[in-house]
Structures are given as C-alpha cells and as structure tokens.
Write a protein that binds this ligand. Structure first.
Ligand code: PLP
Length: 282
C-alpha cells in the first residue's frame, strides 16, 4: 500500500523516519484517526480542525493548509482502494539532536499518514461490551490529542488483561473518559457526559452524538459525574471514531442494564447510522 510522508504519497515500505525524530524520542507530536465509510471520510473537517488545534497547542505549525491535507488524504484513500477503514495521521515537531527543550533552529515537522482496513464492530455494537474501572493517572492536558499515550496504553492493557474492551478512568470520585473513548451515562432519559475541558479529549464522535441529541429532543448534561452515578445509571455507553456508539453492559463484575444495551443507547446508534449514511453515501 501507500503512505504519506511530508506531503508526498510514497510506497509504505519507503516511509522511514529518523531515530532522532522528536515524536519517537519524546512523544512530541499529535495525531488523528479518521473513519472512512464507502471510501469517504466521516467528519473530516472536524478531525482536521482538531489536528491543527492540537498541534498549535504544543507550538507546532502544520506546514499545509487543511484543504490541501484533505485533498492529499482523499488521494491516499483512492490509491489504497480503501472502502471501509481508518486513516491514521500524525505530526511531530521533527528531527533534531536530542534535547528536551525545542530546537532553536527551524526544523520541518514530520507528517505521516497511512490507511488501514477496519470493519465496523457490528457484533459488539449489538451485544455491548464489558469494561473495568481504573484510576486516571494521566497528565492535565488530556484535551490535546498528543502522541504521549502511555497512561492510556497502561489503562487499556489492564482492560485487555481482564478480558474487557475498555477501561473507564476516574480522578478520585469523578469519571473522566475511557482510555480511547468518551464515556456517557443515561439517567431518567438524560444523557450525561464529562464536559470538554483539560481532563478529557473532546471527541469528534461526542460532538456528533451531542448534536444528534439536540436535534432529537434527547436532553443532555455536559458535566462531571461520579462513580456513584455511574454505578446507579440506567444505561452506560462509550463513543469513539472506531467504536461509534458502543453500549457498555458490564463494569468490573457488575452488570449494566441487566447486561443488555439500553433504549437511549440503541436510539443513538440508529441516529448515528443515519448520520453516516448522510455524510458518506456514494
Ligand atoms: N478520548 C480519548 C482518550 C481518545 O483517545 C479518543 C479517541 O479515540 C476519544 C476520547 C474519542 O475521540 P473521537 O470520537 O474523536 O475518536
């Protein structure tokens, strides 16, 4: 297949980066994952805008206009013949002799992207998934989609070892987000999810879901909620680019909604499906 390296589409096997790239040594960079349905990007503008925002927030300026980048990604999808999958894209500060402080000389950021076939998780979306709880040990800028994913990775590994799909993280008594997803509870018909501040990533899928709620008279509260509220919720679900609207039917050894996806979750899945069709129909 093909990949993007610094604005050029080249053979994947030729896409090589220097061992002193700051992304490799410091996790000094940002990334995005974009869903592709029917060969078309879903919420591309939103992902590209977040990519720019993340990189600006750590002082890296994207050396391409977003429209340019979008065109390049479309070309990559085409060349790789991708119908259903994802694009992974990352930007690092670039290559410089190792030093924690940024290089004083101007360096060119390293941009890479590739595609991967990735099916929709149809079965899990029907049955729901199990999760575990874990303390959120990450830093205080979780709003930046940075390459520093060790905290997220350790949390996900804990879930994997427990045979679970996701780890729900909490700071003391407050639920923040999953290791690679946003978390929601439903109580008395109200959808509740953590406000988008420095403690979580503002999910693009979250934004789509909140818009769908608004348009369909489903009440929403964007606010911090506690472990106690999580435990007594009527429904729990998560969202991400790859997982869409995913019912949570277990937390630790406790069942949620009697081990079945709940009605509000199912309604949102249906609305999300319609949104995909609207944006990515051939
Ligand atoms: N929170 C974290 C920590 C993530 O890594 C992700 C990305 O998958 C999300 C939330 C969900 O974001 P999005 O809906 O943009 O994929």
């Amino acid at each position: 297949g093909f990949a993007i390296l610094n604005g050029k589409i080249i053979d994947r096997s030729e896409a090589k980066v220097d061992i002193e790239d700051r992304g490799y040594q410091f996790g000094d960079g940002v990334y995005e994952v974009i869903r592709v349905y029917n060969g078309k990007m879903f919420t591309a503008v939103e992902h590209l805008e977040r990519f720019v925002k993340s990189s600006n927030s750590i002082g890296i300026s994207l050396p391409y206009k977003t429209a340019e980048l979008s065109g390049l990604l479309e070309k990559l999808i085409d060349k790789n013949n991708l119908q259903l999958g994802i694009i992974y894209m990352q930007l690092t500060r670039g290559v410089a002799p190792r030093n924690h402080a940024f290089p004083t000389e101007r360096i060119t950021p390293t941009l890479t992207a590739y595609t991967k076939e990735f099916a929709r998780p149809d079965e899990s979306m029907k049955t729901g998934v199990k999760t575990i709880l874990t303390e959120d040990i990450r830093w205080l800028r979780c709003d930046i989609k940075s390459l520093n994913l060790l905290g997220n990775s350790l949390a996900k590994q804990k879930a994997a070892e427990a045979g679970c799909f996701e780890a729900i993280q909490h700071r003391d008594e407050n639920v923040t987000e999953g290791s690679s997803s946003n978390i929601y509870i439903v109580k008395n018909g109200v959808v509740i999810t953590h406000e988008s501040n420095n403690l979580i990533l503002k999910g693009i899928t979250k934004d789509v879901i909140l818009d769908l709620c608004l348009a369909n008279n489903i009440p929403v509260e964007e606010r911090t909620f506690t472990l106690e509220e999580l435990a007594s919720a009527d429904e729990v679900f998560l969202s991400s680019t790859t997982s869409e609207v995913m019912p949570i039917v277990g937390i630790g050894d406790k069942k949620v909604t009697e081990g079945q996806p709940g009605p509000v979750t199912k309604k949102l899945q249906k609305l999300f499906q319609q949104e995909i069709e609207k944006q990515c129909n051939k």
